[in-house]
Ligand binder design. Structure first.
Ligand code: ZN
Length: 568
């Protein structure tokens, strides 16, 4: 009898521990959406003319965190995407910038380039004669893989938990928007502006799945947009910026123009596919490919949770070209809203929104165009760093240390790399040189912080807003000898001659502020105003799904999300 009671108790204990460690009715699909350069206030700013199924659905039916900020200094695309994927700071996950100087290879490298792999399609590599994404154009080979991400992602942990039975995919116009979220174990597809197709590398596949070949053969992008133009969705008088289409601070890149309609031109124009990405068309194309993927790969069809990450890139390009307060940005937001509504309706039909955990965020926010701010009486401007080499302060340093032009190996914002070899050959202390340069750089107008690697490594700095952000961005192998940050509303907008209207990448609130929204599945409308970080998403998902945490994740588990684990 006692024996029986004991085994019954043990059974009960086992049973209850299973009940409480396993999520009840886990989602069949986790749909992680990233909107590139979606500052936290943007959905609300343009909400008035939005429909019901997109942002309004997320707002009314989802858990909306209204005070989420990144904690790292360099708010760039790959950096934010990797924080979302891994729940780790760039100092830990290794993705400190879109482009860094590889000291071993002696050259600038693009974040996810990998010379051990190639693209599966011919003529799909970045076309440097037309590529206007400045960091993308710096890739030195066509291969792509997640190998530079030195920790695991949530998607990896989900894959490992099920021993590979969870299907994991990432897609985006940008390679770095898809490779990051797909992690090391998933499959990534991105849009080639060279051939107008979705492509991948042989890191992921030996050959394309048949459905990808089929989608590419439909020539959806050229069939839909060749000879057409990006026109306003609604009557011009209904827009907040309806009378402000033609503003001097907008940039006319490759003839795309600064007023509506923006002509895509035809397929024989060498910028045709670039123009598609500078407009809502880029997101519409991504959505079309995502639908093909969901259907062909049977996503969300069984009881093993699948993971699909979609990164929408158009908002970023539109923000760079015209600024977030422009008629183009306003229309783009309305069309993004429509694209999201279309996606949610599709997922509802295929998987059911009650079976789908949606989480939406952004890789970074973005600044206003300085011209726009100045027109409203707020000080703002562009920084021109190309003259820095000749700044009197730097000249003094070169004389002091007896080193000429070669003192600076490379300046690729926000990092400045010194010629460590020459400094060593001269018998100088690298620490002393770094610190002397930091002091001189701080004297240059517009510089808010110049901080040396040595001072970050020794943790000798006062605990200030900027120093904390610098530290969380610091990776000893990849970061430069100096990190340079600019004062609020000031930034570099010129990369190798290419100018943009607005450029994120700074530490200030407009660049760090993003929405974090969980919707679908068991969520009910709720607004949370507590300060959180986007890096909380990965550890929250892993807690919810009962995986082990991604290897570098150190965010907080969001209680509003995981408390639903035991709800039927
Ligand atoms: Zn950007």
């Amino acid at each position: 009898m006692i024996e029986n009671i004991r085994s019954f108790t043990i059974l009960l204990l086992i049973w209850s521990s299973i009940t409480f460690s396993q999520t009840q009715n886990p989602p069949k699909l986790i749909l992680q959406i990233t909107v590139d350069q979606l500052r936290g206030d943007m959905p609300n700013k343009y909400l008035k003319n939005m429909g019901d199924g997109g942002f309004r659905y997320l707002m009314d039916k989802g858990v909306w965190y209204t005070n989420a900020h990144y904690g790292h200094a360099n708010t760039e695309t790959v950096v934010g995407h990797t924080v979302l994927a891994t729940g780790a700071d760039p100092s830990v996950n290794g993705m400190i910038a879109n482009v860094w100087y590889d000291r071993e290879k002696g050259k600038l490298v693009y974040n996810i380039e990998d010379e051990d792999y190639t693209i599966l399609s011919a003529n799909a590599d970045v076309d440097k004669s037309t590529e206007l994404d400045a960091s993308q154009a710096l890739a030195t080979n066509e291969g792509r893989s997640p190998r530079n991400i030195i920790v695991t992602t949530f998607s990896d942990e989900l894959f490992l938990k099920t021993n590979g039975k969870s299907k994991v995919f990432g897609i985006s116009v940008k390679d770095r928007g898809s490779v990051t979220l797909a992690g090391h174990t998933g499959k990534a597809f991105w849009f080639s502006k060279s051939n107008g197709e979705f492509i991948t590398s042989n890191y992921y596949y030996e050959k394309y799945p048949e459905w990808v070949n089929h989608w590419n053969k439909t020539k959806m992008p050229s069939k839909t947009y060749s000879g057409k133009a990006w026109e306003l969705m609604n009557d011009k008088s209904t827009y907040m910026f309806g009378t402000e289409d033609n503003m001097p601070w907008e940039t006319n890149v490759a003839g795309f123009g600064i007023t509506f309609p923006h002509e895509y031109k035809t397929t024989d124009n060498k910028y045709f596919t670039n123009f598609l990405t500078y407009s809502p068309a880029g997101d519409e194309i991504t959505l079309d490919f995502a639908k093909a993927l969901v259907k062909s790969e049977n996503i969300g069809k069984d009881n093993i949770t699948d993971f699909l990450a979609i990164s929408f890139s158009s908002t970023d390009y539109v923000g760079h070209l015209f600024g977030p307060s422009s008629l183009e940005a306003e229309d783009n937001m309305l069309r993004l809203d429509k694209t999201l509504a279309n996606l949610f309706a599709f997922i509802d039909k295929e998987v059911g929104l009650e079976n789908t955990l949606i989480v939406l965020s952004a890789d970074h926010g973005g600044p206003e165009s300085p011209g726009y701010l100045k027109s409203k009486g707020i000080d703002a401007g562009y920084v021109l760093p190309d003259k820095w080499d000749k700044a009197p302060a730097i000249e003094t340093l070169k004389k002091k240390f007896g080193i000429g032009q070669e003192l600076i190996q490379k300046f690729f914002p926000p990092y400045l790399y010194l010629n460590e070899k020459i400094i060593a050959e001269k018998g100088l202390s690298l620490e002393e040189v770094e610190n002397a340069i930091a002091i001189e750089l701080m004297k240059i107008k517009g510089v808010a912080l110049a901080v040396s690697s040595y001072s970050l490594q020794k943790n000798e700095l006062p605990d200030t807003y900027l120093n904390r952000k610098a530290l969380r961005n610091f990776n000893a192998t990849r970061s430069g000898n100096l990190l340079i940050l600019f004062q609020p509303q000031y930034f570099i907008n010129d990369y190798m001659g290419e100018k943009t209207s607005a450029n994120h990448g700074g530490p200030w609130m407009y660049d760090s502020y993003v929405p974090v929204i969980f919707a679908g599945w068991k969520f009910k409308g709720q607004q949370i105003n507590r300060r959180i970080e986007p890096k909380d998403i990965a550890i929250t998902l892993s807690n919810l799904m009962g995986t082990k945490p991604p290897s570098g994740a150190d965010g907080e588990v969001l209680p509003e999300i995981v408390q639903l684990k035991n709800n039927k």
